[in-house]
Design a binder for this molecule. Structure first.
Ligand code: HEC
Length: 210
């Protein structure tokens, strides 16, 4: 009985951490006014506009490979189309960085490093960090070579964050598939647990121990 309670509690804590709230994850606090947080969260309403703003303000330096958005210099390169016919719209990382090395190195020349691809940045840094960093890079990361391109435009910045969130998220179909798989796995474990428990009782009885 104690064992059952113990293992149930451990399983519940485990799923709580991986699904609901990972309290081990490192979180830094950055302020974000509620009105902009709401925009950044609302992928459905703002991701499309955010993408256009990204193209205008960020694409000169940053790619979002998972959304087949490449830096402007690459986007203008006729090689891109040929490569996409061969590898699909989302080019493999090594192909992208290999073929367009010169364009990426030109940015490194100007900024001291290649501006990072932003496909997964939302998952890594979260909306508060992205919002504050994009709005005022020097304040968040003193000495960074990223120029302040969104000064005084918090609303548009929040829309860009909504776009970056949309890229980091699985599609709705993918999401419901994952939920189904989760439920299936737990149901399987529960059924197996009950069967084993029943079977154990039967064996013990047969051995005359029950
Ligand atoms: C003129 C080039 C340029 C433009 C335009 C630009 N960035 Fe950057 N960005 C950089 C460089 C260079 C870095 C690397 C800075 C560093 O590590 O110090 C960077 C880094 C970043 C990072 C990573 C920060 C971190 O903590 O590692 C984010 C996020 C980012 N940029 C978002 C944006 C967004 C959003 C826009 C458009 C609003 C944008 N950038 C426009 C050059 C640019």
């Amino acid at each position: 009985m104690i064992k059952t309670v113990f293992f149930t509690a451990i399983s519940l804590i485990f799923f709580y951490i991986i699904w609901i709230n990972n309290f081990f994850a490192h979180k830094e606090k950055y302020e974000m006014p509620a009105q902009y947080a709401r925009i950044a969260e609302d992928v459905k309403s703002y991701a499309r506009e955010g993408k256009q703003l990204f193209e205008q303000n960020c694409q000169a330096c940053h790619s979002v490979r998972y959304d087949s958005v490449y830096i402007s210099a690459v986007q203008a390169n006729p090689k891109l189309k040929t490569l996409q016919e061969k590898y699909g719209k989302v080019l493999p990382k090594d192909v992208y960085e290999g073929v367009f090395n010169e364009d990426l190195m030109a940015l490194k020349e100007s900024f001291g490093k290649v501006p990072p691809d932003l496909s997964t940045i939302y998952l890594v840094k979260g909306k508060e960090y992205l919002f504050n960093f994009t709005l005022e890079p020097q304040k968040v990361l003193p000495g960074t070579s990223m120029p302040a391109v969104m000064t005084g435009r918090p609303e548009e910045t929040a829309k860009i964050v909504a776009y970056l969130k949309s890229v980091s998220e699985p599609t709705p179909e993918e999401k419901s598939k994952r939920v189904l798989m989760g439920i299936g796995t737990i149901a399987y474990l529960v059924v197996m647990g009950i069967l084993i428990w029943l079977w154990k009782g039967k064996i013990l009885k047969r051995m005359g121990l029950h």
